[in-house]
Design a protein around this ligand. Structure first.
Ligand code: 1HN
Length: 348
């Protein structure tokens, strides 16, 4: 029987019961059951987009208002419009645009949260991860796995901006966050630049090195030059109707994602390509590295050009249209959901 057709006396009696038991922190399941286990995923997040050309000046303004040192990390958070105040772009993930000016240092620290960077604008900055620096070049995908010390600096003469992706809401959900500062602002380099890539990222690993799939890779930079070369090398072969040519980044030692909580992807769509609609349970953040076009997310359409970011919430159908040869980077919580047996996709 629907609530509307119930006699007023019954409804009143129930409401009074709910109020009485509320004092004991009790609430009736039957009033919320449908919302708790919806037939298909419901997420609080909504589709949204950020045009870099429109927000770049505001990022630069932050650079005039506060130093990287004072801020610790000078970042403008990309907040999902439906999750304002939560530092979340999806229910599980965080995104932000970080600015570091010439001569600045973002001091060393480490935390349980895993982070990725996608370099968007400017040259001359570096990130150091557990004692090794890497020069940040546009399009490079760099990771700082959970509990690794990391600091950034800008040795060049122009502002550098990158996209940060972290599992902040995930770690907050589990109540599992720890953090500590480094002993010095900048880590002492204990290995030369390129060491990790040579040891772990060149189809070889040290002879006695073994990892399980839950362990992050020691490869902490995936240079865009290599990613781009792979995408272009396969460009003349048939493209997937839902993805174009799409790769997932892996820990080369295990084949699992580079970090256990965040998966990352790169894809190329040839000019004129229109993908078939696709949805999956991992809400996904996209950043355009080259080209441009439109993303239809559910019934909304977002235009994108280089350095633009858009977010596709869980189970929202995505159709991409490339107006030029296009390269997109994306990240999501897919490996986390897969580890828990929750991940689903639908090729529509
Ligand atoms: C962090 O450590 C960085 O290291 C960036 O650059 C953004 C957001 C929340 C918590 C830690 C970084 C962050 C962060």
């Amino acid at each position: 029987m629907h609530a509307q057709t119930l006699p007023q006396a019954v409804r009143d009696e129930r409401q009074q019961f709910y109020q009485r038991i509320s004092a004991s922190n009790l609430t009736p399941l039957w009033e919320v059951l449908g919302a708790l286990v919806p037939p298909t995923p419901r997420t609080d997040a909504v589709a949204a987009g950020w045009r870099y050309a429109e927000i770049r000046e505001q990022i630069m303004e932050a650079g005039r208002l506060i130093t990287a040192e004072e801020a610790e990390r000078r970042v403008l958070i990309l907040e999902n419009p439906a999750l304002r105040g939560q530092s979340a772009i999806t229910s599980s993930l965080y995104a932000g645009l970080q600015l570091i000016l010439p001569g600045e240092v973002a001091p060393a620290h480490r935390h349980s949260q895993s982070a990725l960077r996608l370099v968007l604008d400017g040259e001359g900055a570096y990130t150091a991860v557990d004692g090794e620096r890497t020069t940040m070049r546009r399009g490079d995908f760099i990771i700082t796995p959970s509990w690794t010390f990391h600091d950034h600096g800008n040795l060049g003469n122009e502002p550098v901006v990158w996209l940060d992706g972290l599992d902040i809401p995930t770690v907050r959900f589990y109540g599992a966050g720890f953090a500590e500062p480094g002993r010095a602002a900048s880590q002492q380099a204990v290995r030369p630049e390129g060491d990790a890539l040579a040891r772990f990222g060149n189809n070889m690993v040290p002879v006695d090195f073994y990892q399980t799939p839950d362990q992050p890779t020691k490869v902490f930079v995936y240079p865009f030059a290599k990613t781009r070369a792979s995408l272009l090398a396969v460009a003349e072969t048939p493209a997937d109707p839902h993805f174009g040519h799409k790769f997932r980044f892996v820990n080369p030692a295990t084949g699992a994602s580079p970090m256990p909580t965040i998966g990352a992807f790169a894809q190329r769509l040839a000019k004129g390509c229109v993908t078939r609609p696709y949805r999956s349970t991992d809400g996904t953040v996209y950043a355009c590295l080259e080209g441009g076009g439109t993303a239809q997310i559910g019934d909304q359409t977002f235009e994108f050009a280089p350095n633009d970011v858009f977010v596709v919430p869980s189970w929202h159908a995505l159709e991409l249209r490339a107006k030029e040869d296009t390269i997109l980077f994306s990240y999501s919580d897919r490996p986390c959901q897969q580890a828990l047996g929750l991940w689903r996709e639908e090729k529509i």
